[in-house]
Design a protein around this ligand. Structure first.
Ligand SMILES: C[S@@+](CC[C@H](N)C(=O)[O-])C[C@H]1O[C@@H](n2cnc3c(N)ncnc32)[C@H](O)[C@@H]1O
Length: 219
C-alpha cells in the first residue's frame, strides 16, 4: 500500500465518495492509496503532460489497479463533463491554475472538491465564494518545514460574504484553530503580508495585519 505524506494524507481525508477524478495526477499516489485502502472503487487520472501520465500508469499497474482506472491526457477537466464522479482532487498546483480549471468545467459543480493550492490560496478562496461554491472544510498539513493548505468545497449556487483576512487565513482554519499548526500558519501569512506592506504601505494590508495580530492574541 502506498503510504501518503502528510499533505496528500490531508487531501485524502476529504474524499467522500467512491469515484475520484484526480487532476494533475503525476505519480498517482493519491488514487493508488485510496484504491488500496478500499476508499474508492475507481478513478480517472488526468494530466496535461504525457510524462507524468506515464508515471501514473506505472504506479497504478504496480499496485494492480489497471482495471479500475482510466487515464486522460487533458487540460484540467476538459472533456470530462459526462464523467460520473463523486469527488475531484486538484492538488499540487498554483491557486490561479486551479481557478482556471474550475472555471472551464461544469462537472466541478457536481462533485465534492478537494483543492490543495501551492500559491495564491486567497485568490482561490475568493473565486470559490464569488462563484457559488461553499467551503465546507479546510485543513493545514506540514511537510519539510512547509505548511500546506487544503480546501474542501462544494457548489451550492449561493455566493458568500468574506473578509480579506478570511481569504488569507481561511474561515474554516480560523474556526478550527489547528492546535499544532494554526499559530505557525498565522505567523507565516503575517510575515508574507508584512513584507508586501513594507513595500507598498497599502492600508488594506495594514488592516489585515492588525486583524491577524488580534486573532493570534487570542490563541
Ligand atoms: C506538482 S504535480 C502534483 C502531483 C499531485 N497532484 C500531488 O499533489 O502530489 C503537478 C502536476 O499537474 C500537472 N498539470 C499542470 N497543469 C495542468 C493542467 N492544466 N491540467 C492537468 N494537469 C496539469 C503537471 O503536469 C504535474 O504532473
Amino acid at each position: 500500500m502506498i503510504i501518503l505524506t502528510e499533505r496528500l494524507k490531508a487531501v485524502a481525508s476529504f474524499v467522500r465518495g467512491n469515484r475520484l477524478i484526480d487532476v494533475g495526477t503525476d505519480h498517482a499516489y493519491l488514487p493508488a492509496h485510496l484504491l488500496s485502502a478500499g476508499k474508492i472503487d475507481s478513478a480517472v487520472l488526468t494530466d496535461i503532460n504525457p510524462g507524468p501520465l506515464k508515471k501514473a500508469k506505472s504506479t497504478i499497474s504496480s499496485a494492480g489497479f489497471d482495471d479500475k482506472c482510466r487515464f486522460v491526457l487533458t487540460d484540467g477537466l476538459v472533456g470530462l463533463d459526462n464523467e460520473e464522479c463523486t469527488d475531484i482532487s486538484i492538488a499540487g498546483m498554483g491557486g490561479i491554475l486551479i481557478t482556471e480549471i474550475l472555471e472551464k468545467s461544469e462537472i466541478a459543480k457536481r462533485a465534492n472538491l478537494i483543492l490543495q493550492p501551492m500559491t495564491h490560496q486567497h485568490l482561490l478562496r475568493k473565486f470559490l465564494y464569488d462563484n457559488g461554491y461553499s467551503i465546507e472544510g479546510e485543513s493545514l498539513a506540514k511537510e519539510d518545514r512547509r505548511i500546506y493548505q487544503i480546501i474542501n468545497a462544494v457548489y451550492t449556487g449561493k455566493t458568500e460574504s468574506y473578509t480579506d483576512t478570511e481569504l488569507y487565513l481561511g474561515k474554516k482554519n480560523i474556526e478550527n484553530r489547528d492546535p499544532v499548526l494554526f499559530r505557525e500558519f498565522c505567523n507565516k501569512i503575517h510575515n508574507e503580508l508584512e513584507i508586501k506592506y513594507n513595500g507598498t504601505k497599502d492600508p488594506k494590508l495594514g488592516e489585515i495585519l492588525k486583524e491577524i495580530e488580534r486573532i493570534m492574541e487570542k490563541l
